[in-house]
Design a binder for this molecule. Structure first.
Ligand SMILES: [Fe+2]
Ligand SMILES: [Fe+2]
Length: 147
């Protein structure tokens, strides 16, 4: 499996989670519930972003630097992370819900950009062999964690 196919499959799972969170957020009544959902999203995004940075963005770094996009991508990961962390210190459920929805929206935009720009760029810039080797590394991450 190519790394782009593996990451795209992860994206499908996230899109389902984003749909659920957008539906559930307006009905959340307590801070504890909202914080719990934010923690779940944060934990899942952390692993995805780490794997993506290591197995896709790093090999593409030269092309990204040329486009002036490398910083942008790291920054987008950080912005979502920052919103999710703020939820843990938020005192009002309405504020926490808004932050959760904003983090989902930012994530959707980021994922969309990756699907439209980054994954096709990787397919163009990296050889079929490299894409498969990176995909193999993705499959091994439970045994050999990506740090
Ligand atoms: Fe990303
Ligand atoms: Fe991604």
């Amino acid at each position: 499996m190519k790394i782009t196919e593996a990451l795209l499959a992860e994206h499908v799972v996230f899109h389902n989670l984003f749909d659920y969170l957008e539906q559930a957020a307006p009905k959340l009544k307590s801070l504890a519930e909202t914080r719990g959902l934010a923690s779940l999203l944060e934990a899942m995004l952390e692993v995805h972003s780490k794997v993506e940075d290591e197995l896709l963005i790093a090999p593409l770094e030269p092309s990204f630097s040329q486009m002036g996009q490398a910083e942008n991508f790291h920054r987008e990961h950080e912005l979502v992370e920052a919103d999710l962390k703020l939820i843990q210190c938020s005192r009002k459920v309405s504020e926490a819900r808004d932050l959760l929805l904003r983090a989902v929206l930012l994530s959707r935009k980021h994922f969309d950009k990756e699907e439209r720009i980054v994954f096709p760029l990787a397919e163009k810039q990296l050889s079929a062999k490299s894409l498969s080797l990176l995909g193999k590394r993705w499959g091994e991450q439970r045994v050999v964690p990506i740090t």
